[in-house]
Design a protein around this ligand. Sequence first.
Ligand code: OKP
Ligand code: ZN
Length: 340
Amino acid sequence: MIQLFETPGHAHHRPEVEYDHGQIIPYRESPNRMDLIRDHLLATGMAELHHTELPGPTAALSAIHTAEYLDALPRISKAAREANRYLYPYIFPVRQNMSRLPDLPFGLLGRHSLDVGSPVGPDTWHAANAAAATAIAAAQHLLENPSSRPYALCRPPGHHAGRDFMAGYCYLNNAAVAAHTLKDRGPVAIIDVDYHHGNGTQDIFWDDPEVFFVSLHGDPAFEYPNYAGFADETGGSSAPNTVLNVPLPQNTGTGNYLSALDKGLEATSRYAPAHIVVSLGFDTYQDDPLSTFSLDMDAYPRIAAAINSLNIPAVLIQEGGYASAALPRLASAFLEGWTT
Ligand code: OKP
Ligand code: ZN
């Protein structure tokens, strides 16, 4: 039986559209992603649901994100409430000889946005907080029950969110707050198996020797986030060799993916963490609309089992996965390898 964590209210974060190479298309990170996974895991009797209450612990959030960012995000959400719509950044204060930082919602939004993929609506701050609280609750459950392997249904996702920026559907870094919660009890490894590189997580722990970050993802030479996730990024000067990026080519299939994962897990094992946080994305699946990989359904129990074979207490943090029709089965397939 898997302990599933979710905080009500994320469904109110529901942007309608996103910008994709000059086109406006339906927003793919939708609330039904979590509904599909949760309902299926409860219906099959695989999972037991815990609702966490808000406000969640705020100390972990302040340890991960800057005070300036944690001040700006609710202010932008409030401006969106007053405007009664989602705010999209359109002006970015990149380096100039003369820069002023207007204290207006759009100035703040551009300042704290890496891209245009994280619109802020009236309930976005609340939903992002709920997701972070969910990650913290699952991590605390793991501390109290070391043999449990809890699963946090975090939405919106988090791994593109850095210390002071939102990006790619992400606002607060759920995996990072989970890692922070576990860090008191020894070093933590974050294993990011989402299709996209976890650039936000990498940014946050870049100089932290207590956190090892390994990520398998579409090569940033062709894939989002493009500016991070290359193999030569190995950690800051205070934390050398605590980042391991494994960029993979288009059409990567199950066999190649699993052998790359093995190398990542060997490195994780050498680091000898006390706990593991898995940034779990299902967008590596062959039918995912965002993915160029071609993993089949059988890959998922095998990914789970490979991580399990390390025999280290671990928590799952939901990241991406956009093939709605396949999501329920992807989650249960993964859990088949996760709990045995
Ligand atoms: C979030 B997660 C460019 C599309 C890029 C960003 C993808 C964010 C994925 N036109 N969109 O890692 O699943
Ligand atoms: Zn992704």
